[in-house]
Design a protein around this ligand. Sequence first.
Ligand code: 13P
Length: 254
Amino acid sequence: MTKDRKLIIAGNWKMNKTVAEAVDLVTTLKRDLADVKEVDMVVCPPFTALCEVSKIILDSNIRLGAQNMNEHPNGAHTGEISAQMLKEFSVRYVILGHSERRADQGETDELIARKAQAAHAAALKPIVCIGETLEQREANETEAVLETQLRGSLAGLTAEQMTETILAYEPVWAIGTGRTATPEQAQEAHRFIRSVLAQMFDDTVARRVRIQYGGSVKPDNARDLMSQPDVDGALVGGASLEARSFTAIIRNSI
Ligand code: 13P
């Protein structure tokens, strides 16, 4: 592949896996993916499994991500987890603003921007999620929605921080539905996202930022999606819960 951005493929395990199941899965991944150098590989277990998973992948080519964090450094925020707490487990990445959290917890672009700033302050790389609903796509609002989310969720980041931020384009209608965006639809959205980054920052930043596609990525569609010029990886939900399918997605993307 001739892209100058290294692919980054992350598994978002969502609210799945006990500690024992997480240990099983990551042990198999570590063994089966030990030779992979071409792709940055990340697993994002639930908070409860971070500690054990972290120990297993310490000496491997797999990196650790979390699925959320609080925007404050500490304090009276019952039930929340700070960036510093994540760092205790060698977490490097944190998913922010997933559409499930935007819907279930009412997360706004403004909150996501504060979380992204807090992540960078702690030297964690945010994976900022954006994407339109089916209703918005059918009303031809996709680009307007993406632009609003980008300008809102990335507000206040410096060019340097932006370069260290991963974006995940996840059309809401493709998540967990088995209905993937076509490679052309993904490419069109990713190219648009890059054009907005060029306006918000500059061409160099736009060229460097890695943009993942997420939404029903499977072993049999990974190759076509990853070969699009502006698609730089994947954020995988369901298919990241089994070693065989996550491994196949990575192998098929190289
Ligand atoms: P699925 O791969 O299960 O569609 O989930 C995608 C996703 O939401 C990843 O964050």
